[in-house]
Design a protein around this ligand. Structure first.
Ligand SMILES: Nc1ncnc2c1ncn2[C@@H]1O[C@@H]2COP(=O)(O)O[C@H]2[C@H]1O
Length: 391
């Protein structure tokens, strides 16, 4: 131990922090400390940058290196280290998966995905370590009427992120949620800000804007009842990746960072990671942003319509009962879109050839998440083979 000396700047920093903690008595100490250091870092960087600017705009020298891009507001649009997840045979596993041959996960912290290509920020060491020490955590309980509880139930009922909670987890989430009324036009989350809450929309609508490379806000998505947002900054301890603004009066349910990390983060990140590589390899989805694929991953269900492994026959039966076989579907193919696009009965039978692994998207999620791809899918239908005489 005698080889180590405590850096002289550390004790005063910790002393200042302790004083602030005593002064503010925060309920979420980790969040408070994160905010405190974010601010400190940001102030320090500003001073350094001004200093550097004054010194003929050359490299930063005060610390012997350029400041890393981890300053909270230095690079507000993008969490971090790129990661690729691929397997030969499609997607990996979830906890409840019965198929252990696909095991792809380990306990290592998960790096944050790149959300805006080519831009990186660093992720703190805590980023993906879930807050899982249940017994040590004082659970947040915000008293609620039965009517409020019923409203929460309705709001999260159709939200994929809440689908796998057990009864205790669900109760903890409901207890911790805080009702937030937001008037039309108010900004709920500002890109580059520090993450504090995850939100579920009960009523109202909100627009999502991303500002890349300071080129101005561009609308990338919108939310309505049942939607949820604000998970990224909490998962990766990264700055908020987008700005979210109410476009009508909204009722939101806000879940604090500690409860989010303890209950919802693990499953969400696992699922996104599990489908990451697979979805990237589906040609239809390649034009989407990574975040859009994440939302698709949230919505996917593991069951027999995008193929991750195996082959499937496409069969049509004509009016005489004769079967016509078409080019089999392979990994990365999708099927089942026609009936959803046209609201008509299925026009073909898809039959597994041996063992097949697929991921399915329910009709609602299909319409909501694949909306931007509808044109491409419509166009692709023109390439479908037909049997002789088929109309
Ligand atoms: N294209 C997008 N890129 C990044 N975040 C998005 C996008 N669309 C919606 N969001 C949401 O906007 C939220 C802003 O705060 P967070 O970064 O915590 O989490 C983000 C996501 O929940």
């Amino acid at each position: 131990m005698s080889d180590y000396t405590i850096p002289t700047e550390l004790p005063p920093i910790l002393k200042d922090l302790s004083r602030e903690v005593l002064r503010h008595q925060p309920t979420d100490i980790v969040q408070f400390c994160a905010d405190y250091f974010s601010k400190l870092l940001s102030e320090q960087r500003t001073v350094l940058m001004e200093h550097a600017d004054a010194n003929t705009k050359t490299a930063f020298t005060a610390t012997g290196s350029r400041p890393s891009s981890s300053a909270p507001n230095a690079n507000p649009t993008g969490p971090a280290n790129e990661y690729a997840y691929t397997t030969d045979d499609g997607f990996g596993t979830e906890d409840d998966d019965d198929d252990d041959e696909d095991e792809t996960e380990d306990d290592a912290p998960i790096p944050a995905p790149v959300l805006n290509r080519g831009r990186r920020t660093s992720v703190s060491a805590e980023s993906m370590a879930p807050t899982s020490h249940d017994q040590q955590i004082e659970k947040l309980v915000i008293p609620k009427t039965d009517e409020q509880k019923a409203r929460i139930q309705k709001s999260v009922g159709n939200n994929f992120l809440f689908r796998n909670l057990d009864e205790d987890q669900y109760l903890d989430v409901v207890n911790a949620m805080a009702e937030k009324r937001v008037p039309n036009g108010e900004v709920v989350i500002r890109q580059g800000g520090v993450g504090d809450y995850f939100y579920v929309v009960e009523t109202g609508t909100l627009d999502v804007y991303v500002n890349r490379n300071n080129s101005g806000d561009i609308k990338v998505f919108d939310y309505g009842a049942g939607g949820s947002f604000g998970e990224l900054a909490l998962m990766y301890n990264a700055p908020r990746a987008a700005t979210i603004k109410a476009t009508s009066d909204c009722v939101l349910w806000a879940l604090d960072r500690v409860t989010f990390r303890r209950i919802l983060m693990d499953h969400t990140s696992r699922k996104r990671r599990m489908y990451e590589g697979f979805l990237e390899e589906v040609p239809l989805l390649s034009s989407l942003e990574q975040y859009e694929r994440h939302k698709i991953a949230d919505a996917l269900e593991r069951s027999p319509s995008t193929m991750a492994r195996g082959e499937a026959d496409v069969v049509k039966v004509d009016e005489h009962g004769v079967e016509h076989h078409f080019r089999p579907l392979k990994k990365g193919s999708y099927f089942g879109e026609l009936a959803l696009l046209s609201d008509k009965p299925r026009v073909a039978t898809i039959r597994a050839k041996g063992r097949l692994k697929c991921a399915t998207l329910g009709k609602k999620a299909f319409t909501r998440l694949l909306g931007p791809l509808t044109d491409i899918m419509q166009r692709n239908t023109q390439n479908y083979e037909k049997y002789p005489g088929e109309g």
